[in-house]
Each structure stands twice: as C-alpha cells, then as structure tokens.
Design a protein around this ligand. Structure first.
Ligand code: HPA
Length: 234
C-alpha cells in the first residue's frame, strides 16, 4: 500500500493504462480485460487489474491535471514496479485537419510548467514518448483503420483558459491537441527509465466548438484503448 493506492504489491501489473476518469478505468477494465478485480479505491480513484490476451494489465485512474497524475504515476513506478504506462484520455483538437473522434498519438508534450519544473529550473526539457510504444501504437491504429494523427500535443494546467493567445501559438506551431497530463507522465518515465505514451481521443475542438455527443463516446474511446493495449504488448 502507498499513500494514495491501496493495492498490495503483486496487485499491480507492469503495464498500466491511465485514464483521467476513474469511471472510465472501470468501463475499460470491464470491457477489454478478463478476470478483472478492483485493486484500488482510495479517494474513489479506481484501479482494476485483469488480463488482456493473457497479459496482466492494470487500469488506474490518474485524476485530472499533472499534479494528480504525478502522484499516481510516481507510486505506480516507484512502489509497484510499473514499467509501461499509457495515458488514455480525451483532448481538444487544435488543428483544422484534426476532427472529433480522431485519435492523437503524442510524440511530444509542450507545457508552460509541470510538477518537474522544480528539477529542470531554467531548462526547457522536451518530454517525449517512448519510441517502441509510439511505433507500435501507430501500427495498431493503421491496422484498425482509425483516423490518427501523430505529433506534438499541449499539456495545459488549466481547462478554463484565460490565455487564448497561448493556444493560438500552439496551433501556429502545429500542436495537434490539448489535454492536461501527458507532459508530466513523459518526464517521470524518462526519470525512472520506464516507457510512456499518451493515446488520446479528440472529444472537442477549440476552433470549431464541436464536441463529441455522449452516446458516441464509448465507441470512440474503445479504439483508443485497443490501440494502447496492442502497443503495450507488441
Ligand atoms: N482543454 C484541456 N483539456 C482537455 C480539453 C481541452 O479543451 N478537452 C479534453 N481535455
């Protein structure tokens, strides 16, 4: 047990999928894994372990934002031995060619700041995905025929943004989408020599104002989960 995760040591698999929403962790575990058991419910941040094609997998909610994700990812890596961590979540589209329901596989994640800022100080460290996971996820997405974009994303500290000029600069520099967690996951993976990737579904669009209707969410998010699971075990 750790401060924020009630699981016993052997309860957490080396491969962990991390949605922001604990109820999405429940849905993904019940939909895609077999022999599923609840391994964490501290603070309602649900975590489940089961198997996918015979491989042990944990799906643990991360909460919203980098400070929350950092707590869970640190404990999963340092205390439970997680070796492959894949964020599965939603993001806002930031380019005209990126549509609702499309999948974004994040090669890099730009930020204003992360919980790791205290270490990096004046250095602008470039958080990037694990290459083997990235390559396998792209191959899995192509195989499924999912409309997918691969490139940089923006990990913002705020959902209700009072600095639209920053979004404009991100769009101008080719950033595909905005979410709130991936950059710190990539920092932690680099620090602890483990693998990380973010596979995201575009749930809304900053320029068009479009948003995914709730009845479409499960099917669209399902592609992302399958891409992440396939990538983890390729
Ligand atoms: N901003 C930040 N995070 C998000 C968004 C957004 O527009 N959509 C989904 N996650």
């Amino acid at each position: 047990m750790t401060v924020h995760i009630g699981a016993q040591k052997g309860d957490i698999a080396e491969t962990v999928l991390m949605p922001g929403d604990p109820y999405r962790a429940k849905w993904a575990a019940e939909t895609f894994l077999t022999d599923v058991r609840l391994v964490n419910e501290v603070r309602g941040m649900l975590g489940f372990t089961g198997t996918w094609n015979g491989h042990p997998v944990t799906i643990q909610g991360s909460g919203m934002g980098m400070p929350s994700l950092s707590i869970y990812a640190n404990e999963l890596i340092r205390d439970y031995g997680a070796k492959t961590l894949i964020r599965i979540g939603s993001c806002g589209g930031m380019q005209p060619h990126v549509g609702i329901r499309d999948v974004i596989i994040a090669m890099t994640a730009s930020t204003l700041s992360t919980p790791s800022r205290g270490i990096f100080k004046e250095l602008n460290f470039a958080p990037c995905a694990d290459w083997s996971l990235l390559r396998a996820a792209v191959a899995a997405a192509e195989e499924k025929g999912t409309k997918t974009h691969v490139g940089g994303i923006y990990s913002s500290d705020v959902f209700y943004d009072e600095r639209p000029d920053l979004n404009e600069q991100m769009t101008r520099h080719g950033i595909l989408g905005v979410e709130m967690e991936a950059a710190e996951l990539y920092n932690l993976a680099a620090r602890h020599s483990v693998r990380a990737l973010a596979v995201l579904t575009v749930s809304d669009h900053l320029q068009t104002g479009e948003a995914l209707p709730s009845e479409d969410r499960e099917r669209s998010f399902g592609d992302m989960v399958e891409i992440a699971l396939t990538a983890a075990f390729t």
